[in-house]
Design a protein around this ligand. Sequence first.
Ligand SMILES: [Zn+2]
Length: 261
Amino acid sequence: MQEIWYVFKDDKLLLCRSSEPRLLTSCDVGALSGLLINKGTVVIGDRDKGKVINEFWGEMAHNAAVPGNMITMGLREVGSAFGEEVFYKAARAFQLMKWYGHHLFCMSCGGRLKPSPFDNGKICPFCGAIFYPPVTPAIIVAVEREGKILLARNANFPPGRYSVIAGFVEPGESFEDAVRREVKEEVSVEVKNIRYFGSQPWPFPHTIMVGFTAQWASGEIKPDGREILDARWFAPDELPDIPSGISISRKLIDHFRQYNI
Ligand SMILES: [Zn+2]
């Protein structure tokens, strides 16, 4: 079985430069020997002895030159160019690369961690604490009112871009609590009928986006002016510039459009 290598330099994925860019295989990685500062296997769950491992991650030194037969590509572009399946695999490799290469010390006692032989955990040999790769939940919600969708312009978006409301889940909150709080905080609107839509790993840097639909309950839009600069109700045939590609935000907006045109 062919081995695939997800090698990153400055958080971008290395690809082989050919007529169409392609993922690196074990043959290509030979050219990178000496340039990788970290490498490991892409395995999820228990490290059973019988598990077939044919995917690997690697990290190139910041100051190393990318070989002439290779290019680098940001993970979002990888999603657009190669589709969802490759995006998720590259995202998984990216998060493991960050975990193994950058979380080196125990948060309890400061001791240097050792990898667990059983899974992706790390064990502190000094105090016995065990750590696992971080996964941070964030909610994302499409709010509908009388056939229109609530889209907001975040201060970090490119000019003209609008999207659905999103935000991180805080300690002690259910996902539904977080949906209600984020919509209220960002645009002063109350929502009801919150329904699960789907989820998506989003490796920037280690988020799991949990998508919902909801309906407007009360209140008029008032952007918080800090995170959200503008927000409006949009009819399906008059949508502004919205996220492209494979993001769950786009899927939520497409879902709204499908059922409201
Ligand atoms: Zn410790």
